[in-house]
Ligand binder design. Structure first.
Ligand SMILES: *[C@@H]1O[C@H](CO)[C@@H](O)[C@H](O)[C@H]1NC(C)=O
Ligand SMILES: *[C@@H]1O[C@H](CO)[C@@H](O)[C@H](O)[C@H]1NC(C)=O
Ligand SMILES: *[C@@H]1O[C@H](CO)[C@@H](O)[C@H](O)[C@H]1NC(C)=O
Length: 235
């Protein structure tokens, strides 16, 4: 009995150490996308040939506070960097994308004191994005957009080895019975104190036959380790 109580106390202390009373998330996900793949999916046009920010997501909750309105004035000093590092690929002149990300993810991330203002949230995302410098890391390992395919494991092993944590690589799976998948999104995960941690990678989905694939909604899902990866050059 004593032993059980001790275990219970230890567990309670450990979680109190990680979570402040307000905070309900345990992981942050810094999501990058490859503009050419995104635009292939969404039918936009882009000339951007670097990995850009998609968002900084807390692992628990969406749309946590609808009354906490997005106000671009609060991040005015960040705008030059936002436009470059976190562009809205669908509406390049608008702030819609940032507003969407704030309501959906920022208001949840903001439950932690370290991210409890719009300025803190957006500047931390930019800071992590620059610190991780995914674009240079891929180039450094000679993983460049190319007409040739990469073995999936080659890319995964190099980035995991470099960061010392497991990244989540996501692909678009062409609907036809293609022999490749298109690299589109890369997630890097952090603890609440912004240390790198492993991203979870759900187990591989069962291979689906082409008639099932054709009905699937296009979108990103975890890359299939057995299918060659196409990293499309920017037109
Ligand atoms: C939601 O945001 C508003 C505006 O910042 C704030 O006053 C309010 O306390 C927040 N509500 C919750 C539940 O956090
Ligand atoms: C946006 O923030 C600025 C700076 O704090 C403030 O002056 C302005 O009233 C806010 N706008 C809205 C619509 O809340
Ligand atoms: C593919 O899946 C569909 C729907 O489940 C099925 O009707 C069809 O026979 C399957 N085709 C092959 C080649 O397995």
């Amino acid at each position: 009995m004593k032993l059980i109580l001790l275990h219970f106390l230890a567990a309670a202390t450990a979680s109190a150490f990680v979570l402040s009373p307000q905070q309900t998330w345990t992981k942050l996900i810094l999501t990058h996308h490859w503009p050419t793949t995104f635009c292939g999916m969404e039918k936009c046009h882009t000339k951007i040939d670097s990995w850009t920010l998609h968002g900084l997501w807390a692992n628990n909750g969406n749309d946590c506070n609808a009354t906490w309105h997005f106000n671009v004035t609060l991040i005015e000093d960040l705008l030059p960097d936002m436009e470059k590092s976190w562009p809205d690929l669908l509406n390049p002149e608008s702030t819609k994308f940032w507003k969407y990300e704030w309501y959906k993810h920022g208001t949840c991330a903001a439950k932690a004191e370290s991210l409890n203002s719009q300025h803190k949230y957006f500047s931390k995302a930019l800071e992590l994005y620059h610190k991780m410098d995914l674009d240079s890391v891929l180039k450094k390992f000679d993983i460049n957009p190319s007409k040739q395919y990469y073995p999936f494991g080659h890319i995964q092993d190099l980035v995991d080895g470099f960061y010392g944590a497991k990244l989540k690589l996501q692909c678009v799976h062409p609907p036809e019975s293609a022999d490749y998948q298109i690299l589109g999104q890369i997630e890097i995960c952090f603890t609440p104190d912004f240390s790198l941690m492993d991203c979870e990678r759900e187990t591989r989905e069962k291979p689906v036959n082409s008639s099932v694939k054709a009905q699937a909604k296009p979108g990103f899902s975890v890359c299939d380790p057995e299918v060659p990866v196409y990293y499309p050059p920017t037109m």
